[in-house]
Design a protein around this ligand. Structure first.
Ligand code: HGY
Ligand code: MN
Ligand code: MN
Length: 423
């Protein structure tokens, strides 16, 4: 290590910001946001940039069968499992410049700072880029980290199609072919610990004047679909009593759901997607398919809410058929105290104002927490806005998060006690 300097001393705010802004050009939207959905042409171009950054740093690239990318800096003891850090680069269709991509850019910055500081670590460090975290194109999301952690099988993911009928299986080869220098790796490659940097996607840090959130866990989620089936008929000639109007039936269900699921202000209940068939003015709708996304920190109560959705759907006694099913469900997870302690200690040493907090948004770190000690570092975003093209953050906050990350990676990278940090 160069005269006692820490890796954080070598974090370069401008370099980090330039990388962040350059990545945001892939899928950039006129309103200043990003539309870089999983396996899209924009995301494939961005993956090539990550390969270039990896080459510039002398890292070794790996890829697995779902397209997760791993960029590895060797450690002094090749027999030790790596410490991993990273996030996702896919976005929502009206996403922002920072959601996911910050965690990848901060990871590259932290590794570069460790290299620039002349720090050799016992463990390898790997930058992980998880495929399809968002699930906006191929639902449900988290495909990369779930395949890696063994939560869901690849064969369940490959048939999933987007709105144009393109499947993951159709789209994946293009992404894999774009990074030929990445060596193939099996799922479940051993990992000693995982830490993800991410914007908070909420208002707390900014409101409290804190720079870093030491994330202690992620709240649970239930992702569901409801299909209401009626019958297409003429808008002008069909008597009211004979109509099987899917929009009318779905509207009743939606009103009931908003009335009966939202009793606890801590519940986050969202109907974000609604597809109507045939969706033309003079035909009575034959089908309404809509999404349900429920979040709550109390897993037992969350399950109660999912059951309540199913009851409400079952109560519908009109002429339309109603189906409801679950596509993804996770309970709240709580991160390893040693990992949150390591982040907290780095914040104290750097005199970076921080607070411990729970994540209301979902992240790939959930899946990693099932297989190794895990935590996250949050940084503020303007007014907490995210999943919105106005998403914004400051170069200084991004730098401070990367400084904490660089020093935590240095600590974990020399933690060879496998009991302390997994493999
Ligand atoms: O849905 C989520 O919480 C994540 O941002 N995809
Ligand atoms: Mn994200
Ligand atoms: Mn997101």
């Amino acid at each position: 290590m160069s005269d006692g300097k820490r890796a954080s001393d070598f974090v370069d705010e401008d370099r980090l910001w330039q990388r962040q802004m350059y990545l945001a050009t892939f899928g950039e939207t006129p309103k200043g946001g990003v539309n870089r959905q999983a396996l899209s042409a924009e995301e494939i171009e961005a993956r090539k940039v990550l390969m270039d950054w990896s080459n510039e740093l002398g890292l070794t690239a790996f890829v697995d069968d779902i397209g997760n990318l791993f960029f590895r800096r060797e450690g002094l003891d090749p027999g030790l499992a790596p410490v991993m850090t990273g996030s996702h680069i896919d976005s929502q269709p009206t996403g922002g410049k920072f959601d996911g991509s910050y965690g990848v850019v901060a990871a590259f910055e932290a590794v570069q700072a460790i290299i620039d500081a002349g720090i050799e670590l016992q463990r390898p460090i790997e930058v992980a880029v998880w495929l399809n975290e968002e699930g906006s194109r191929f639902a449900p999301g988290m495909m990369g980290s779930e395949a890696y952690a063994g939560v869901r099988k690849l064969k369940e993911m490959l048939p999933v199609t987007d709105r144009e009928g393109v499947s993951v299986e159709d789209a994946l080869p293009g992404a894999l072919a774009a990074t030929p220098a990445a060596t193939h790796r099996e799922f479940g490659y051993p990992v000693s610990a995982f830490i993800e940097a991410h914007i908070e996607q909420g208002p707390i840090l900014e409101a409290e004047g804190k720079v870093v959130g030491v994330v202690t866990g992620i709240q649970g989620v239930r992702r569901m679909r409801v299909r209401v089936t009626g019958e297409e008929a003429h808008a002008g000639t069909t008597p009211t009593a004979e109509r099987k109007d899917a929009i009318q039936a779905a509207s009743k269900i939606v009103t009931e759901l908003y009335a009966r699921i939202n009793e606890d202000p801590e519940t986050k209940f969202t109907i974000g997607m609604m597809n109507i068939t045939p969706n033309v003015p003079s035909v009575i709708a034959s089908e309404v398919l809509f999404s349900i996304d429920i979040r709550h920190v109390e897993s037992t109560y969350l399950e109660e809410l999912a059951l309540r959705v199913e009851t409400i759907c079952g109560e519908q006694d009109g002429p339309c058929e109603v189906e409801v099913w679950r596509i993804a469900e996770s309970d709240s997870v709580y991160f390893d105290d040693r990992m949150t302690g390591a982040v907290e200690a780095a914040c104290v040493a750097l005199e970076t104002p921080y607070r411990r907090m729970f994540s209301a948004a979902g992240h790939d770190a959930r899946q990693l927490s099932y297989i190794c000690p895990t935590t996250m570092i949050f940084v503020p975003c303007e007014k907490g806005i995210s999943h919105n093209e106005a998403e914004n953050a400051t170069p200084g906050d991004l730098r401070d998060g990367a400084c904490v990350l660089a020093d935590v990676l240095t600590k974990l990278g020399n933690d060879t006690d496998t009991g302390a940090t997994g493999a």
